[in-house]
Ligand binder design. Structure first.
Ligand SMILES: *Cc1c(COP(=O)(O)O)cnc(C)c1O
Length: 434
């Protein structure tokens, strides 16, 4: 050590030289922050700062960073079986995970298909639904989706998501989808008629939605009973329903799944993000036995020909099983309740502040819309003011336009939450205009 005459340049310089980061403009962005280690809700930078991760690292982390129980499960599995292809082979971590998931998913779910991330869990769901009809020689090929939806960044997932500025370069290549406006409170009747009219065409294969709360749209809540009505109509008209629970799964909304707020259950459910507690990439798409039945055929061409090299990676499955064990504890449940009641109090405290347009919470998700003179889309310039403002206070909040939300790891302490609330209140009293 230290004997090299030529010192390597710093990490940030090397990062700039060869790494390309997601969702990051190349000009005008702040320098990336080098994180050396993380524990619980805290990120530790290479230059000695401690940053509170108030958004669970893009909504994935449940039980804290570097969680010892999950880390142990990963280490044990890596030494035993790191990976084996999942066609023609199987293993205990995947079988156990499927059983664990089915024990907490809505009762109509019967099978689990693994993939790598949220986008692929959605691709699998869409293909599963389309081929379900194809295998039965029914010409149902249209997908219905909700305006403002976000389902991932691959082509199928982009197709069923909001056609916003981020996907504009790809619009010519996205397949045609019918979008339904999510109604404002009190206007639910209009949406239902529109939905019925779209479905009456007879060619709709599936309806995909983020149940009860749309994440990337700005953590926007909408009526569960409205969605229930749509699912009921879909089911009486032979339209499959796909619940994208990639963000809402695993306790985030105060129930195990957002689908638990509904009476009528989706046929297919997409999971990722919190699935491994935030430790490793893994996706899962569950479906009812009836969906799989359409593939149960001697004709080999009715097989679901879809898979990824790392489908059901044993290490990722072991992490997910460890995360599941933590999710099932009373302590985890208490933490979610504790965060939720803290959010309720904070919402009440700030909602009448002159700079707050609206505030709401659901389970462990708190949403605050700031008043702005700019537009209210994703690319509202507010983000460029707010993100560095909070980071300078050692709080990681990544606003969607003028909407700031807190989605913390469930282990975040009340003391840490106080710091996050304090940063938001500082902004509100700062005189900064967005
Ligand atoms: C994040 C997200 C996705 C995409 O997941 P990735 O793992 O980022 O591909 C899909 N659907 C919803 C609702 C999401 O929040």
């Amino acid at each position: 050590m230290g004997s090299n005459i030529e010192e390597k340049p710093g990490l940030l310089t090397r990062d700039k030289q060869q790494v390309w980061h997601p969702f990051t403009p190349l000009i005008g962005s702040e320098d990336n922050v080098v994180i050396e280690r993380a524990i619980g809700a805290k990120l530790f930078t290479s230059d000695g700062r401690e940053i509170i991760d108030a958004i669970a690292s893009w909504w994935v982390n449940l039980h804290g960073h570097s969680n010892p129980h999950i880390a142990q499960a990963i280490a044990n599995q890596a030494k035993k079986l790191e990976h084996v292809m999942f066609a023609g082979f199987t293993h205990e971590p995947a079988i156990q995970l499927a059983e664990n998931l089915l024990s907490i998913l809505p009762e109509n779910q019967g099978k689990v298909f693994f993939s790598d991330n949220g986008s692929t869990s959605v691709e699998v769901a869409l293909k599963m639904a389309l081929q379900y009809w194809h295998n039965q020689d029914k010409s149902k090929t249209k997908i219905l989706a909700l305006e403002g939806g976000y389902h991932g960044d691959t082509f199928g997932a982009m197709s069923v998501g909001e056609r916003g500025a981020f996907t504009a370069p790809f619009w010519p290549f996205l397949f045609e989808v019918e979008f339904l406006r999510v109604p404002f409170p009190g206007q639910e009747e209009n949406g239902v008629k529109e939905f019925e009219a779209l479905i009456d065409r007879g060619d709709v294969a599936a309806f995909i939605f983020e149940p009860v709360i749309q994440g990337a749209a700005g953590m926007r809540q909408y009526s569960a009973s409205w969605l229930d009505q749509l699912i009921s109509i879909a089911h009486s008209s032979e339209v499959l329903c796909i619940a994208d629970e990639v963000m809402t799964g695993f306790g985030r909304t105060g129930k195990t799944f957002a689908s638990d707020y509904l009476v009528n259950k989706a046929d297919i459910i997409c999971l990722s993000k919190g699935l491994t507690g935030g430790a490793l990439a893994l996706g899962a798409t569950s479906c009812s036995n009836e969906i799989q039945e359409a593939y149960n055929h001697e004709d080999i061409l009715k097989t679901f020909f879809h898979g990824h090299s790392y489908t059901a990676n044993p290490i990722a499955c072991a992490a997910a099983n460890a995360s599941f064990e933590l999710l099932m504890t009373d302590e985890c449940n208490r933490n979610i309740q504790r965060i939720s009641s803290g959010f309720k109090n904070f919402k009440t405290k700030i909602e009448s502040h002159p700079k707050v347009q609206s505030a709401s919470y659901l389970g462990a998700i708190l949403t605050i819309e700031f008043k702005t003179s700019g537009d209210t889309s994703y690319i509202n310039e507010a983000r460029h003011e707010l993100y560095p403002y909070f980071l300078s206070k050692n709080v990681l909040l990544r606003p969607l336009g003028n909407i700031v939300y807190i989605i913390p790891p469930y282990v975040i302490s009340d003391q840490e939450l106080k710091v996050v609330y304090g940063a938001i209140e500082d902004y509100l009293d700062s005189g900064i205009e967005i």
